[in-house]
Design a protein around this ligand. Structure first.
Ligand code: PLP
Length: 490
């Protein structure tokens, strides 16, 4: 019998199993009927569905709640499972990880302390070690799962800050004065979470020094050396260099090995933001693109991007476990100093924390790392093929491509000869908006050399060149229709 409060207890196990089975059926049926990645609903129409629901009203039975969920959520969700979704760094997810999700939420372990997770703690630790070995770190390494790349980057930079403040061992210098002198070195292509972290840490976003890039939008190691020297000459304290292994837009990979040489010469912390490129750790064909990552002090990996894991799943991995102490805090009731138990809270910025790593565990046990790497490689192959397609005569008349992809993004724009360069940004902005409203395909837009371009982020290994050409055709048709109706021409 369903209980009125629906609490999962020993007595409601049958209800629990029946409810979940029914929910999975409902979702599976919805997915099998999916016609496009998005319904095209507007925020106003969505609000008209969500707003009237009275959360203090009478409760619903299972069928009632499923019907309502379809109405307010599923019917208009954005489906990353559809290969015509090619906008942001969201991936379709592997089934073994979804299996793990069932356990993660129902067992509801909290990974802060041993006494709330037991074996879960050891599973997480083993996955951290496994990832560290893939990076090339030794036995002294450590790390922790986080909610995403933003949090991983913040934690890495917090550890770097701790190390920089330790190194600045002038006991008479007030902390605030030291903080004001700290600088982080990144590029204009780095993820915005670097500036955000600087801001959160009280350094101000201005503490991030933008190092020039080369023609492929990668950090220039010579310019980095100059920037570091110049900072030192101005009595500033270089706290960390952030190299990006896979920039969010162009997929550019900074020359990590040469950057590591510069960091070593200047005794500066090297953080590698591999939120996107981290999937290459599993690649059997392109692992070399991450050469030098083993020389980093800290690395961000987003499993929920290129490892086909459901949100959230990310990790920050450090070369030297000792550095994790900068986030350690002892509470008498939770992890007292004398405890001697494997308490993950000592290494995390969170306290109560989901057992997200279990998803990677079941994935490695059922899918295997090579298959994950192959899936990511397939999307990179697709991006490369699409680049050549776009430079082909048939397409080149209508499209420009920013540069040859390194990973799985293609930055391009619709610009037939008759379009004035001054109108190209507005036109491509409108194309993206029209496409999203139509729901037949979802692409992203971004800024390239100060103008609005379109971006395909390919993370669906089941996509085909033919299918993606259909998507490009849709972009082209939309572009020409806008030109005909609005006359954005020279
Ligand atoms: C996506 C991304 C991030 C942020 O990760 P979230 O998981 O979205 O918080 C950081 N760095 C890079 C390079 C990224 O692509």
């Amino acid at each position: 019998m369903p209980s009125s409060d629906h609490l999962l207890t020993i007595d409601s196990i049958d209800e629990y199993a029946a409810t979940l089975h029914r929910g999975v059926d409902h979702l599976a049926r919805h997915l099998s009927g999916l016609e496009r990645p998005f319904s095209g609903i507007t925020p106003a129409d969505s609000a008209a569905k969500v707003d009237p629901i009275d959360l203090d009203g009478p409760t619903l039975d299972l069928e009632g709640v499923l019907a309502e969920l379809s109405e307010v959520y599923l019917d208009d969700a954005v489906w990353f499972h559809d290969p015509r979704y090619a906008a942001h760094l969201n991936c379709p997810v592997v089934v073994p990880a979804l299996l793990a999700e069932v356990f993660v939420s129902a067992v509801n372990s909290s990974l802060d302390t041993w006494d709330q997770s037991a074996g879960g703690t050891l599973i997480e630790r083993k996955l951290i070690d496994w990832t560290a070995r893939r990076i090339g770190f030794g036995a002294e390494s450590d790390g922790i799962f986080t909610s995403g790349g933003t949090q991983s980057n913040l934690q890495a930079l917090l550890l770097a800050r701790g190390q920089a403040c330790l190194a600045e061992n002038d006991p008479t210098a007030p902390l605030a004065a030291t903080l004001a002198r700290l600088r982080i070195f990144a590029t204009a292509e780095s993820h915005f979470s670097v500036q955000k972290a600087a801001s959160v840490m009280g350094l101000g976003a201005e503490a991030v020094v933008l190092v020039p890039t080369d023609h492929l939008h990668r950090m220039d190691p010579f310019a980095l050396a100059d920037s570091l020297a110049s900072a030192a000459a101005h009595d500033l304290l270089p706290m960390a260099v952030v190299a990006t292994a896979g920039t969010t837009d162009l997929g550019a990979i900074d020359p990590v090995d040469r950057i590591a040489d510069v960091c070593r010469a200047h005794d500066t912390w090297l953080h590698v933001d591999a939120a996107y490129g981290g999937g290459l750790l599993a690649s059997t064909r392109r692992r070399h693109l991450l050469a030098g990552i083993e020389r980093a002090d800290s690395v961000t990996i987003d499993f929920h991007k290129t490892w086909f894991q459901p949100v959230s799943s990310s990790a920050v991995i450090v070369r030297d476990a000792e550095t994790m102490r900068h986030v350690t805090w002892h509470a008498d009731y939770l992890n007292p100093k004398a405890a001697q138990l494997p308490n993950q809270v000592d290494k995390s910025m969170q306290t109560t924390r989901r057992f997200d790593s279990l998803k990677l565990w079941t994935t490695l046990r059922m899918t295997g790392a090579d298959a994950i790497g192959d899936m990511f490689d397939t999307t990179i192959d697709l991006a490369r093929e699409l680049f050549w397609v776009l430079t082909d005569d048939e397409w080149a008349a209508d499209f420009e491509v920013a540069m040859q992809p390194t990973l799985s993004t293609v930055v391009f724009r619709f610009r037939p000869a008759e379009v004035d360069p001054a109108d190209a940004s507005a036109l491509n902005t409108r194309i993206r908006r029209e496409l999203f409203a139509g729901g037949e395909g979802v692409v992203a837009s971004t800024t390239f050399h100060g103008e609005t371009w379109l971006k395909l982020t390919l993370l669906n290994p089941t996509a085909t060149v033919g299918g993606l050409c259909d998507l490009l055709d849709l972009v082209r048709a939309t572009g020409h229709r806008l030109l005909d109706t609005t006359g954005v021409t020279r």
